[in-house]
Design a protein around this ligand. Structure first.
Ligand SMILES: [Zn+2]
Length: 124
């Protein structure tokens, strides 16, 4: 129920996770965060990314070049705002995470561009 989400999340979290919003670039907690640990879905605590997958990008959002195995992230075509993009969502609770692009600088060529507000970090 979306109603329960409104109780569980702050208004800004709700806007991003449940209404597919985007946080302001360079504003998020994890944009320049490079500690060892695991990133979890803010909505349901499912593991999504390892800190070893995170790389420095200049786009203003936390960026990862891979995801933790096990189909934890769904990819959905997104043609909003006149752009053809691929949205990424948590496979467990359907929360919006961000978008994935094929222009990554590492050998996977992937760039998971994720809203800080969509994820939680826990140190190893
Ligand atoms: Zn989730």
């Amino acid at each position: 129920m979306e109603n329960d989400w409104e109780k569980k999340l702050t208004p800004e979290e709700y806007r991003v996770l449940r209404e597919k919003g985007t946080e302001k670039p360079f504003s998020g907690t994890y944009n320049n965060h490079f500690k060892d640990g695991i990133y979890y879905c803010k909505g349901c605590d499912q593991q999504l990314f390892n800190s070893s997958m995170k790389f420095e990008s200049s786009c203003g959002w936390p960026s990862f070049d891979n995801e933790i195995e096990g189909n934890k992230i769904n990819k959905n075509p997104d043609s909003s705002f006149g752009m053809i993009r691929t949205e990424i969502t948590c496979s467990n609770c359907n929360s919006h995470l961000g978008h994935i692009f094929n222009d990554g600088p590492t050998k996977t060529n992937l760039r998971y561009c994720v809203n800080s507000i969509s994820i939680n970090f826990k140190a190893k």
